[in-house]
Design a protein around this ligand. Structure first.
Ligand SMILES: O=C(O)CCC(=O)C(=O)O
Length: 271
């Protein structure tokens, strides 16, 4: 598919699944970067708000690292990945704007453990004035139904922002009867090195890891820098990375969105 077809598909369905973005050597390099994160997380001084042993209501019983907030600020390997030439130009084309990195999150579902993510829209965690944010989840392992791949409700980015509050508190999940979402969901398995992108209004969830294999992935939340934060309950983001990182400022070869689109149109064949 060319970039226009990818844009059409993303705006129609609210998500995109792109296998084969990273090479085997790049995946291998990321596995080493994960080992470095795990070593940092084992340090007594590791910030428990950044290195988390539980996620999405999980009890952390496995005592395995499950989330690392803002890995791009800890190790340049992750920042380089956020700026990957096959990813950043595409995100720019989908947003039709320059791109800031709003946050990054390494997510590990350890074998036979790992969280279940209930149905939610990312925008509920960080309410913005419009749907100008896109998540890109990059897989370091094969992500399968067995080990808890992402599930989406196609077209749900057109539902508007749904209620995520229960008894006056942010509940990290959509409230009410979700059976219609369970019935219309699409599982999005992805081989290591692939990427799944979704809009900040796309309803998504994922199951626990029932396999003997870990499911490691990193999520980059990209945004159109002209999109403004209006509120939300995701304090961790504001504590750790209050302003986001302008990816363009970091790389003089990526100065404007139109330059990115030129790059993309020259080399943007993702088949
Ligand atoms: O990695 C997962 O399974 C869930 C991730 C997710 O829901 C999110 O990043 O919003």
């Amino acid at each position: 598919m060319n970039v226009d077809q990818l844009r059409h598909s993303f705006h129609r369905d609210g998500y995109l699944a792109l296998p084969g973005i990273l090479s085997v050597a790049e995946i291998d390099e990321l596995h080493h970067a994960v080992e470095r994160l795990e070593a940092m997380g084992a340090e007594p001084a590791a910030d428990p708000a950044q290195f988390r042993f539980a996620a999405f209501g999980d009890d952390g019983g496995g005592r395995r690292l499950q989330q690392v907030g803002e890995p791009h600020a800890l190790d340049d390997t992750w920042l380089a990945l956020a700026r990957h030439r096959k990813l950043l130009p595409l995100v720019s084309a989908l947003l039709d704007s320059d791109v800031s990195l709003y946050y990054s999150m390494f997510m590990m579902k350890p074998a036979r453990h790992g969280f279940r993510a209930p149905w939610h829209q990312d925008l509920a965690f960080f309410v913005h004035d419009r749907d100008g944010l896109i998540a890109a989840q990059v897989y370091l392992d094969d992500s399968t139904i067995d080990n808890g791949c992402i599930e989406v409700v196609p077209g749900s980015h057109r539902f508007g922002l749904l209620n995520h509050f229960r008894d006056g508190a942010f509940a990290e999940q959509v409230q009410g009867d979700v059976s219609a979402f369970d019935e219309s969901k699409v599982a999005v398995p992805m081989p290591a090195g692939g990427v799944v992108l979704w809009s900040s209004l796309t309803l998504h969830s994922s199951g626990p890891n029932r396999s003997d294999r870990p499911r490691r992935a990193v999520v980059f939340e990209y945004k159109d820098p002209s999109t403004s934060l209006m509120g939300g309950a995701f304090d961790r983001v504001r504590e750790i990375n209050p302003v986001g990182v302008s990816l363009f400022e970091k790389d003089p070869t990526f100065t404007t969105a139109s330059q990115l689109r030129t790059v993309n149109n020259q080399g943007g064949n993702h088949d």
